[in-house]
Design a protein around this ligand. Structure first.
Ligand code: ACO
Length: 320
C-alpha cells in the first residue's frame, strides 16, 4: 500500500518589532516608494536581541503541535531549515528538540538558503514514505537581520525575520504528491555570505552579498521551469492547482510565476508586504496564514516553490 505524508498542523512566529521602509530610509539612501514598487515590501519584522532561530522555531513548532493535537513526544524526526543557526553546532534542530522537551528522536539542520523549507519537506517525505518516520516536524527559522549590512541599500531593504513550521504524519491518503529539488553551484557568486564566522584573518565582512538583478532573472526562469516539471510529474494541468504558495522574495517574481500558471493573484498567497523575505521561513509562514484564515481548504491542491542562494530551488505539490 502506498504511503503518503500529510500535513496535520501548521504554525508560525513573527517577532514583535516592525521595521518600516521609512525606518530604513533613515539609514540608507532609499524611499518607501522605491522599495514598494520594486519589491512589494512595506514592513518587515526584526528579532529582539534575546531571540534566536531556535527560540522562534519553538514558538512556531508549538503552534503546529497544538493545531495537530499532537504531543511533542510523538515526533520521530526534526528537520530545521536555517541559514542563521544559533550555533555552528549543535544544530538548531537539536536546540529545538531540547526546547520541546523531547529526547532520542533524530534532529538535523538543512542549509539550502531560501529553499531550505522545501528541501526539508522533501527529505521528510522520503523518510515517511520509506517507513522510517511516522511524525516529522519541519521548521524554517531565520534571523536574516543579523546577516545584513545595514549600510547596503541593495540588500537591507529585502529581508525580515520569522519562523514557520509544519507537522507531517504518515497516511494512506495524499498528502504530498511530489517534491522536486535542484541546485547549481555555478551561481555561487551571485548571492552569498562571505566569511560566515567573522574570521579576523580574512578581509570580507560576514554579511549577505547579492547581485539582485542577475538573481532576479535566473529566479523567474527557473521557477517557471519547476512549475512545468511539477505539473508533468503529476500528469496535471495548470487549472488543477488551487493555490500557489511561493517563496516571498519579490512580488514581481511571484507575479511572474502566477502568470506562468495562468493563475489569478487571488489564488496566490502573498505575505511579502508585511514580512519581507524571511528566507526558509517564508513558505511555511505563508502556508500557515492561508490555512488559518480558511483560504486553503482540505482536499485542495497547493503548489509551494522556492529559489535561493546556491542557487537552490524546489517545489512541493500537496493535496491538503
Ligand atoms: N533604493 C533606491 N535605489 C536603489 C536601491 C534602493 N534600496 N537599491 C538599488 N537601487 C538603485 C540601484 O543602485 C540602481 O541604480 P542605477 O540604475 O543608478 O545603477 C537602480 O536602483 C536599479 O537597480 P537594480 O538592482 O537593477 O534594481 P532591480 O529592479 O533589479 O531591483 C531587487 C533590485 C529588488 C534587489 C531585485 O533585483 C530582486 O528582487 N532580486 C531578486 C532577489 C531574490 O530573489 N533573491 C533570492 C532569494 S534570497 C536568498 O536566497 C537568501
Amino acid at each position: 500500500m502506498r504511503k503518503y505524508s500529510r500535513i496535520i498542523g501548521t504554525g508560525g512566529y513573527l517577532p514583535e518589532k516592525v521595521m518600516t521602509n521609512h525606518d530604513i530610509s533613515e539609514k540608507v539612501d532609499t524611499t518607501d516608494a522605491w522599495i514598494y514598487e520594486r519589491t512589494g515590501i512595506r514592513t518587515r519584522r526584526i528579532a529582539a536581541d534575546h531571540e534566536t532561530s531556535s527560540s522562534m522555531a519553538e514558538i512556531a513548532a508549538r503552534e503546529a503541535l497544538d493545531a495537530a493535537n499532537l504531543d511533542a513526544d510523538d515526533i520521530d524526526l526534526i528537520i530545521t531549515a536555517t541559514s542563521t543557526p544559533d550555533r555552528i553546532f549543535p544544530s538548531t534542530a537539536c536546540l529545538l528538540q531540547q526546547r520541546l522537551g523531547i529526547r532520542n528522536c533524530a534532529a538535523f539542520d538543512v542549509q539550502a538558503a531560501c529553499s531550505g523549507f522545501i528541501y526539508g519537506l522533501s527529505i521528510a517525505d522520503q523518510f515517511i514514505r520509506a517507513g522510517n518516520a511516522n511524525y516529522v516536524l519541519v521548521v524554517g527559522s531565520e534571523i536574516n537581520s543579523r546577516l545584513l549590512d545595514w549600510s547596503d541599500r541593495t540588500t537591507c531593504i529585502l529581508f525580515g525575520d520569522g519562523a514557520g513550521a509544519v507537522l507531517l504524519k504518515v497516511s494512506k491518503e495524499p498528502g504530498i504528491l511530489s517534491t522536486h529539488i535542484h541546485s547549481d553551484g555555478k551561481y555561487q557568486d551571485l548571492l552569498y555570505v562571505p566569511n560566515p564566522y567573522g574570521q579576523r584573518a580574512r578581509e570580507e565582512a560576514p554579511y549577505l552579498v547579492m547581485s539582485g538583478n542577475d538573481v532576479f532573472k535566473v529566479a523567474v526562469n527557473t521557477l517557471g521551469r519547476i512549475v512545468d516539471e511539477t505539473l508533468a510529474a503529476n500528469g496535471m494541468e495548470k487549472t488543477d492547482i488551487d493555490w500557489l504558495v511561493p517563496h516571498q522574495a519579490n512580488t514581481r517574481i511571484i507575479a511572474a510565476t502566477a502568470r506562468k500558471l495562468q493563475m489569478s493573484m487571488d489564488h496566490v498567497i502573498v505575505t511579502i508586504e508585511n514580512q519581507g523575505n524571511t528566507s526558509s521561513a517564508s513558505v511555511p509562514l505563508a502556508l500557515n496564514e492561508a490555512v488559518r484564515d480558511g483560504r486553503i481548504l482540505p482536499g485542495q491542491v497547493v503548489l509551494m516553490e522556492a529559489f535561493g542562494g546556491g542557487f537552490v530551488w524546489g517545489s512541493a505539490l500537496v493535496q491538503y
